[in-house]
Write a protein that binds this ligand. Structure first.
Ligand code: SF4
Length: 553
């Protein structure tokens, strides 16, 4: 394994002009912290907070927690304070973070694309029941997210997670955030290459590794060898996307610098071919560039996408090859982007003759009880396990053909249908004002009501129309790449009052027709008026479409 720690002498190969204004790039000698986040990370490696949680805070209670840990380093352990109930979004902007803090936590558990055994699904559900007031949402980064967690219970939760091979280490913070992996890795008939060994090796080498625990900000990873490119590779900091070299066989292209939020950018494609066993080294090289050259002065510019945009993809590749890998990468035209579903909902035959079954919770809302019920079904029907998807769905892996029909009926009974309406299938929502301190509006409940209403108004919709509901401009549920991208904000209603509502981005997509939705000034809608707004736009589309015309065409 190469030594990838930053060494200033490595910077000799590539001409990187020293900017007039310090951006906090370590590789250019700007190692003094330029803001309080950088100072906090310098004061103490955030990974050290684990022991304080285990041996001090969980024993002495919430009031013993150092504020610098509470609002900073706790994130490296997947813990955020949740929003105090009863504070409306309109007041959020004028309040200090402390005023919004509840004494309870959100805990994010990473799955990293792993197959969750029935025992793991049961453990995840039981944690929700026992410690999280029955919450357990599926996020669009393949996490399980709990709320109402008390600090006293964290050690036991971590123990239970550890017993089924799971953890919350670096699930948040300026760290290698949870990885996205193809939910059908190793089983899909049409798979190009199984990226699972690479994801496992990246996790083994680099998660919890102090060489990679202080990035300028978050760093998101995706790996897929499925032709549908089912991990939203366009919107991650680094993505490995399956491709076939005519002589060397299956491998991966590398895409860098994707990210949404307030300055959305799609990832740029390096146009290379790397074999499976080199993915961890290349990951560490890209992560090393981000750590060493990433901008640290302004949090709003501290994502890899800004560096990629400034350097251009050629220079990025040159630095990666010269300074981090010590070798040239094989050039290969990037794989074509596909069109169509990437969520694996429904029943599909696996390459071993068994089946995988994609099921659709509504906007990612699950519960501890529901996960326990799902574990019961997995055991009863001899299913190998489940994977979470980047579309807030769940895929059951290894279902025997003889039990598929019976299993589908039982799944319908518990509200996890593999035969959802087009609306239930294609709607996602972020956490929103219920628990998120940055939120301006409600999202999960609003999305669920919208789906119920659209199912009544358009019961036979025959085309996928995606709706991503976000509680603020941060775009955690990928505002800009949905047909209806909804960004939560206050809007003025017909009586001149400021109320919860959304700025609409229309016609966004990823895949073959990748582009950001158009933000139309006039398209602001109150939360109350959302059902009618979507119905009007969809009604117009259905009335005017020509044969086969997609919504975003
Ligand atoms: Fe919170 Fe905003 Fe992200 Fe939604 S988009 S989870 S409201 S930060």
């Amino acid at each position: 394994m190469p030594d990838l720690r930053f060494k200033p002498e490595r910077a000799k190969f590539t001409e990187i002009p020293r900017p007039k204004r310090a951006e906090g790039q370590w590789a250019l000698g700007y190692t003094e912290p330029l803001n309080k986040n950088e100072q906090s990370k310098k004061d103490d490696d955030p990974l050290n907070v684990r022991d304080r949680i285990l041996y001090t805070y969980s024993k002495r209670g919430f009031d013993s927690i150092d504020p610098a840990d509470l609002r900073g380093r706790f994130r490296w352990m997947g813990l955020y304070t949740q929003r105090k109930p009863g504070i409306d979004g309109g007041r959020t902007g004028s309040m200090e973070e402390e005023e919004l803090d509840d004494r309870y936590f959100m805990l994010r558990v990473r799955s990293d694309g792993k197959l969750l055994s029935p025992a793991a699904v049961r453990a995840l559900g039981q944690i929700g029941v026992d410690f999280a007031r029955d919450t357990a949402d599926v996020t669009d980064r393949q996490n399980i997210q709990y709320h109402w967690i008390e600090i006293e219970n964290v050690p036991e939760i971590w123990e239970r997670l550890d017993s089924v091979g799971l953890h919350s280490l670096e699930a948040c913070g300026d760290s290698p955030r949870p990885f996205l992996g193809s939910p059908v890795a190793g089983v899909a008939k049409d798979e190009i290459i199984d990226g699972t060994p690479a994801l496992e090796e990246i996790e083994r080498r680099y998660i919890g590794n102090r060489d990679f625990s202080n990035f300028p900000r978050k760093f998101k990873t995706a790996v897929t060898g499925h032709p549908s490119q089912d991990v939203s590779p366009e919107t991650n900091d680094v993505s490995f996307v399956g491709t076939v070299h005519p002589e060397l066989g299956p491998g991966f292209d590398v895409w860098v610098g994707g990210g949404l939020s307030t300055n959305p950018m799609l990832a740029q494609k390096l146009g290379v071919w790397i074999p499976l066993d080199e993915v961890p080294d290349v990951w560490a090289g890209v992560a090393g560039i981000f750590r060493d050259y990433g901008y640290r002065r302004l949090r709003s510019r501290a994502r890899l996408k800004f560096l990629v945009a400034d350097w251009g993809v050629e220079k990025f590749r040159e630095v990666l090859e010269n300074e981090y890998l010590g070798k040239k990468l094989e050039t290969l035209a990037s794989p074509e982007s596909p069109v169509g579903h990437r969520d694996h909902v429904g029943v599909h035959e696996q390459k071993d003759g068994k089946f995988y079954v994609g099921i659709a919770p509504t906007a990612g809302r699950v519960s501890g009880t529901l996960l326990v019920q799902l574990a019961d079904l997995l055991e009863e029907y001899g299913v190998a396990g489940a994977r979470l998807t980047p579309y807030q769905k769940i895929v059951l892996i290894g279902v025997d053909g003889a039990v598929v029909d019976a299993l589908l009926d039982r799944l319908d009974e518990i509200g996890l249908s593999a035969r959802p309406s087009a609306w239930r299938r294609n709607t996602m929502a972020c956490t929103g004002i219920e628990f998120c301190k940055l939120a301006i509006v409600d999202t999960k409940n609003r999305a669920s009501d919208l789906v119920d209403e659209l199912e009544k108004r358009f019961p036979d919709l025959d085309t996928p129309i995606t709706i991503n509901v976000n509680g603020c401009p941060n775009a955690c549920a990928r505002t800009q790449v949905a047909d209806f991208g909804l960004k939560g904000q206050l809007v003025v209603d017909e009586f001149g009052e400021q109320v919860e509502g959304f700025q609409v981005h229309l016609g966004g997509a990823i895949g073959l027709r990748a582009n950001f939705g158009r933000k139309l000034r006039a398209h602001k809608v109150t939360s109350k008026g959302l059902d009618d707004y979507v119905s009007t736009v969809v009604g117009n589309y259905l009335a005017d479409r020509t044969d086969g015309e997609a919504f975003d065409a």
